[in-house]
Design a protein around this ligand. Sequence first.
Ligand code: AMP
Length: 580
Amino acid sequence: MAANSTSNDAKALEFIEEMTRNADSVQENVLAQILTQNAHTEYLSGFNLGAATDRHTFKSKIPMITYEDIQPLIQRIANGDRSPILSAHPVTEFLTSSGTSAGERKLMPTIKEELDRRQLLYSLLMPVMNQYVNGLDKGKALYFYFIKSETKTPGGLLARPVLTSYYKSSHFKTRPYDPFNVYTSPNEAILCEDSSQSMYTQMLCGLYDREQVLRVGAVFASGLSRAIRFLQLNWKLLAHDIRTGSLNPTVTDISIRDCMARVMRPDPDLADFIARECEKESWEGIITRIWPNTKYLDVIVTGAMAQYIPTLDYYSGGLPKACTMYASSECYFGLNLKPMCKPSEVSYTIMPNMGYFEFLPHQPSSTHRELVELADVELGKEYELVVTTYAGLYRYRVGDILRVTGFHNSAPQFQFVKRKNVLLSIDSDKTDEAELQAAVENASELLKPLKTTVVEYTSYADTKTVPGHYVIYWELLVGKSGYSEEVMEQCCLAMEESLNSVYRQGRAVDKSIGALEIRVVKNGTFEELMDYAISRGASINQYKVPRCVTFAPITELLDSRIISTHFSPSPPHWTPDRRF
Ligand code: AMP
């Protein structure tokens, strides 16, 4: 087995070398393949490419687009039009992105072969990791993985998140045994749509296997932080189940119960150990206390997830945090060839076989807005990622800003800088300035009868609470009758009701986001904020109230001026149905 794994690893590493050595020619071929495959689609036919598959013709005829440009075409596919609109291959399902358009998740059409391409990228992760960490075949991975609910479009296609699609695929469900990828979580638990039953079971299995666990993870850092919080809230029930060998009756999912019947066994010593550790006041280092053989955390802590680094460091005593890959619903992009590096040094190498990639220079002052090839990006510069995929996105702006940090062979490596226009994010939710503004406007309607207005506002993603939550600072011009706690709570809820579907799902169903909080600050606070900015060099003429604040002295100033705080009394409305 070991020899086999070694030769598989060698093959995977050689594949990475080959792709990255020939980045430019691989890209040329990928574009030619995509254009040949999709030459007769309605979309490409409309641009008179003829039979051309070269980069020059492609660039001169096909425009760069955003989701909104192709939304009418996507709508037709969703409504059941099976003609080759964007892709010659049949669209098998829609992947629902955490990026939204008009408040709803964007729908990304996908085709069968894309699943193989995603699988290929996954198959490279362990061979890379094995270069840095030994013995990962000698134990298990405690990964908290979840699926989400799926819907059908009016035309009958499934619409669901890319990871739900992957976990439900045979690639994942009937994967062959691989000693480097043995998970403590049974498929039955991962595939349970009820996230609390799923989490409970995954945690229970992780506790039973605690000495075998060599790595602990979740897709994003927010998920792992939530899992630890879950343990904090539920350890007594979990310890009870372990002591008695019986599964808590609130776990009602039949397939979980069947599978756990084979796992559960009374283990009073383990139950005592868990109780002893979890009872301690401090939860510092809890991960390594409970899972003492953990070598690293497998979680993405780049981009918006960087805000969770201090929490994870606290829980794990500073274990390395491996950010292994960079992917999206549109396309899986690439991997981190040095997964054990520090979070600040994480760079992703885009694999040139995954799609055709172009880069829009992001330097604000630059007038040079020509798209640049993968092999031609320049060290130190920032670009917006633009993709062309086999599934039928052509020159599509993903919305991510990347900075070139180096090269592996001739393939550039990128630091993830940020997602464009995202003001607030706790989990996979992304709230932009316009959405926040609309939410404040809607909520402030409730203050009108009180002759009270919101004079200024700003916001902050508070991840010190688990789950994290949005904090909105309001400075009010208060009418004669003042405002009540009740009306302010309704304002919190009204804001939440106005936010996009990903936010509301996180709040109402996944419970990955906590109740929105409004902090009312004293009159004059925003003047002080401006004075502070000016004292640090901002120009009075150009000063604009920041709609999101992260700089500690600013949040401290705001917090020191609080008059009252209010929380949303209930989660906002969310249903899986979307407006098609
Ligand atoms: P979705 O389409 O919902 O799967 O979200 C994909 C987006 O998540 C990407 O476009 C990025 O903005 C973000 N993302 C994915 N992987 C990473 C990563 N490794 N680091 C930072 N952000 C990421």
